[in-house]
Structures are given as structure tokens and as C-alpha cells.
Write a protein that binds this ligand. Structure first.
Ligand code: HEM
Length: 294
């Protein structure tokens, strides 16, 4: 009775989530990829003009476990992204306040970032405002239920994030040659590389979305996601380091060992992590494909 109830529950859930019913081919493909039994053992029948599966109990159990795991992954992902959004919010607020102060000329004078060069001022302060927008929006952009259930919102906020990313990166990249960073050449190079990568990943993300190449879009979006958080990671790294070491290998001129490492450590390790993840995912998918076609 218990199994029967959960089977009924599973079918209801699967139908609601469109795995069965209109998503007929998705389930069929999953079964082909994972089931060792011949395809015929997965029975299907017509109901009205729809096709439904009537798989064996073992197969249903396996599907149920897989379904529960994917549900759990969605819950964990959503929880982590909301938590991340809350954690990054104070930095976004700090950046927007800084930008507002700079653009409205209300920062205490003299200020290390503000100068007599109006282009440098406009570019760095607008970069902060645009940067605040991507920092606040990027975690929410990846929430699975928003992506699935509100695709129009995902598309519009996506466009907004890409425009903001371009403004952030261009603003920073214009400012560096005009004024230079507080940390000198090493910081100029690290931050310029960061800006170029943000720009590149943002453009690739939208390019593949427009071309409907969703796998490529997702891969570039993941790289962009980690880069977009880089500016926040920079502050987090400093905060944690100062808490742990009271500022060892760090000085106000940003020339200490820790400072020099930070010129790239706020984005390179995360990008490498994303790249490793994408390679592993690609390998697993390729293996599953070979297994299916064999
Ligand atoms: C991702 C979102 C970003 C946010 C929210 C952000 C925010 C900020 C803020 C608030 C500052 C002022 C420094 C301080 O905190 O005291 C700053 C400085 C700066 N940012 Fe960004 N930024 C972002 C991304 C970028 C990117 C992509 C570049 C690439 C070129 C960049 C380049 C710079 C530069 C060159 C400075 C001046 C550094 C100095 O001389 O102190 N930022 N940013």
C-alpha cells in the first residue's frame, strides 16, 4: 500500500514537473541513458493524445530516488544562492553609496579615488554603481525555480546584468590607464585582466543565449558568475586575512606578499574551479552518451 501510494505520488509529481506527459522524450532519454534493460520494458500507452510511461516498480524506485535527489539539489542550490545574495548585499550597498558620493561630489576631500579628471571620475564611480547591480543580482539570476518558472524575468534581469557588467568592466578599464590603481603596476595588471575576463564572459554568455546554444550559455554564465563575485571575494579575503593574521604581509601601499597575491587570487582560483567542474561535467556527459549509443 505504502509503495503504491508513493508510486502514485511520484507519477503525480512527475506529471506536475512535466517529466512524464509533455516531457515524454526527456524521461525516455534518461531511461535510455541509465537503464540496462531493453527499451521495450519501459511501457508506454496513450491517454487521449498524450503518451504516458508505465515503468516497472524497480525502475520507478530508481526514478523516484533520482527525482528526490534532483529536488534536494534544487533546494540546496536555492538556499545557497539566497544566502549568497544576503551576504553580498552589504558590499553592493557600500558600492552604491560610494558611487553616489563620487558622482554627487559629496566624498570627503581630498579623496584617493576622486581627481580633477572628469572622465576618470565618471568611469570609476559609474563602474561602482553598475558593479553594485551585478553583485546584488547575479546570485538571484541562478535560482533554479526563477530560471524555470519565470523565463521572461530571467531573460530581462540577464540583459540588465550583462549591460551592468559591460559598464563595470569598461569603467574600471578606462580608469586604470587614466589614474592607475592604489597598488601600482601589479594591481593595474591584475585588475585589468579581471576587467577583460568579466567583459569576455559577459559577452559570451549573452551571445550563446541569443544563439539558443544553452549548454554553451550555461558554461559561460557559470564562469561569469564566479567572476562577477570576484570583487566581493576580494573584500572577503582581506576581511578574513586581517581577522586571522592582523594584516600579515599586507600594507597600505598594497605591496606586501598577501597584497600581491590578492591581485589575482580574488578571481583566478574561482575561475579555475569553474573550469575543472565544467570539464568533469563534460566528461561524464560524454561517457553517458557513449554508453547510450553503444
Ligand atoms: C563586480 C563588481 C564590482 C564592484 C561592486 C566594484 C566596486 C568597487 C569599489 C566600491 C571600489 C572602491 C574601492 C574601495 O572599496 O575602497 C572599486 C575600485 C576599483 N575597481 Fe571595482 N568593482 C567591481 C568590479 C570591477 C571590475 C570588473 C574592474 C575591472 C577593471 C574593477 C576595477 C576597479 C579599480 C581599478 C578600482 C580602483 C582601485 C584603487 O585604486 O583602489 N572593478 N571597485
Amino acid at each position: 500500500m505504502g509503495i503504491f501510494a508513493s508510486v502514485l505520488h511520484l507519477i503525480k509529481d512527475l506529471r506536475e514537473t512535466q517529466i512524464v506527459g509533455h516531457g515524454y522524450s526527456i524521461l525516455e532519454r534518461n531511461c535510455q541513458m541509465s537503464c540496462s534493460e531493453p527499451e521495450e520494458s519501459v511501457l508506454s500507452h496513450s491517454f487521449g493524445n498524450r503518451k504516458y510511461f508505465r515503468p516497472s516498480v524497480t525502475k520507478l524506485r530508481r526514478l523516484y530516488v533520482r527525482y528526490l535527489m534532483s529536488r534536494m539539489r534544487t533546494v540546496v542550490q536555492t538556499f545557497s544562492l539566497v544566502l549568497l545574495a544576503l551576504l553580498t548585499l552589504p558590499f553592493a550597498v557600500y558600492a552604491i553609496n560610494f558611487a553616489q558620493g563620487g558622482l554627487l561630489d559629496s566624498l570627503p576631500a581630498p579623496h584617493y579615488i576622486r581627481s580633477d579628471n572628469p572622465i576618470a571620475n565618471l568611469s570609476i564611480f559609474s563602474h561602482m554603481a553598475a558593479g553594485a547591480a551585478i553583485t546584488a543580482l547575479v546570485p538571484l539570476q541562478l535560482i533554479p525555480s526563477i530560471r524555470r518558472r519565470l523565463p521572461a524575468l530571467h531573460r530581462w534581469s540577464g540583459r540588465l546584468i550583462i549591460i551592468a557588467a559591460v559598464a563595470t568592466a569598461v569603467g574600471g578599464l578606462v580608469y586604470i590607464p587614466l589614474r592607475g590603481t592604489i597598488g601600482g603596476t601589479a594591481m593595474n595588471i591584475g585588475f585589468s585582466l579581471y576587467g577583460v575576463l568579466v567583459l569576455l564572459t559577459a559577452i559570451q554568455t549573452i551571445r550563446y543565449a541569443r544563439a539558443r546554444r544553452i549548454a554553451d550559455h550555461n558554461a559561460w554564465a557559470l564562469r561569469f558568475f564566479w567572476l562577477a563575485l570576484g570583487s566581493w571575494f576580494y573584500r572577503v579575503h582581506y576581511g578574513l586575512w586581517y581577522l586571522a593574521t592582523d594584516g600579515l604581509w599586507s600594507n597600505p601601499q598594497f605591496t606586501g606578499g598577501f597584497d600581491l597575491a590578492q591581485n589575482v587570487a580574488f578571481f583566478v582560483p574561482y575561475l579555475v574551479g569553474a573550469e575543472v567542474y565544467l570539464r568533469i561535467k563534460q566528461k561524464v556527459e560524454r561517457k553517458a552518451f557513449v554508453h547510450t549509443s553503444a
